[in-house]
Design a protein around this ligand. Sequence first.
Ligand code: ZN
Length: 221
Amino acid sequence: MFGLILDFIYPRKCLVCNGIMPVEDKNIFCFNCKRYIHYINADCDNEFFNKKNIFVKRNYGIVVYNEYFKEVIHRYKYGKKEHYGKVLAILMQKKFEQIIKTHNIDVVIPVPIHKNRFRVRGYNQSEILSKVLSKKVNVKHDKNYIWRSKDTKPQNNLSVKKRKENLKKSFELVDKENVRYKKVLLIDDIYTTGSTLEGCAEILTAHGSEVYTLCLAVAVK
Ligand SMILES: [Zn+2]
């Protein structure tokens, strides 16, 4: 009953088209948009990911970053839709919980954003995903293990080589001495060339960790 009242006051909307969902439909994508959400098979053996990356042990993704899912990410990141993070993290959990167990992950870490960007956006979209996911799968969450020391330019229009230069030394460990993790799961919202994740993985590997990554959406070339 209470749920019904809440649905009336705050009708749930489809994450893709923002259309109001029927009360009885408990999905996060409406009947129409659902058809355009393509899930990535966990056993795809890196076919979507950059083979030249060396520090990440294995990459994983949940959905294909197509024009429909782009709407979801865009609203989540730039539209002050912080609450999307929770439902998207639950989606990640549903598709990925078993793999976290298989790899014996001991900590979940979000890709950090620079404090300047945090100030503008108000939140780190990857941190909300990783925080909720880690809680759901009962694995430690550490958002302060690595930090972004350089405010890199937006990466979208850069070549792979330029991206790497751009990211050089932009991540640092906060505590080099006292905390060591064996198996880290890095979380980000979108996978494009993988260079951001590689940048993080490089310093984590140097500190003795084995690094796996999980992105909500993967841009398929
Ligand atoms: Zn829809």
